[in-house]
Ligand binder design. Sequence first.
Ligand code: 6PG
Length: 227
Amino acid sequence: MQPKNTHFKHCSSIEALRHEVCDAIVKSANEAIAQRGQFSIVLAGGNTPRAIYRLLRDLPMDWTNWHIYHGDERCLPREHEDRNSLMVEQVWLHYVGIPANQIHDIPAELGPIAGAKAYAETLAGVPTFDMVLLGLGEDGHTASLFPNHTVDNSADAVPVFNSPKPPPERISISQNRLNDTREVIFLVTGVGKQQAVDQWRSGVAIPATLILPKNGVDVYCYEVVLD
Ligand code: 6PG
């Protein structure tokens, strides 16, 4: 049976998905800033969100109250082409006026243990996130929470070793800390994600099912059959 409070949304095209997610981010940001004076968003890594970040670049937005976090990061040098933080900088953050001290990259260049410790200290003073964006791997992983990989969920950020998705060493925000958010949006595109989505919808425990904050999650899907 489909997990409760998990809303799978079929998007008619990849452009529709990108614009619907971009609109949802803007709506959440405007509400958060109006109600609390700031908007904190945790960004997804990987390829799917790139075009959404590119859409955000052109918005007529007052960026000064945005706070940026990352759901996970690969343990690579900061300028390595596979860094999630570099991707986000190149397609979006370089072009908008979010204050540098409000962009919180994961210091994954320090390595998994030192980097996770440092990021946990960064997150320690951060209240409930307003929004968390997440991708989904073909094996059901999300952020860098992988099947058959146990992490210390009492920590806000955790080291990951032997990741099945290269590189092997990563840092992830933990399941518990990712769940401390007002909204979660998953971005799921490509036929390769079908099995993971089928498992998810039939109640099979994959890492993505660990992410279930009190307000539930929205899963935007394209090229994935939901009938
Ligand atoms: C990463 C991501 C990872 C990603 C999924 C989906 O650092 O690799 O955080 O969790 O979101 O693997 O990746 P795609 O969007 O490229 O399919």
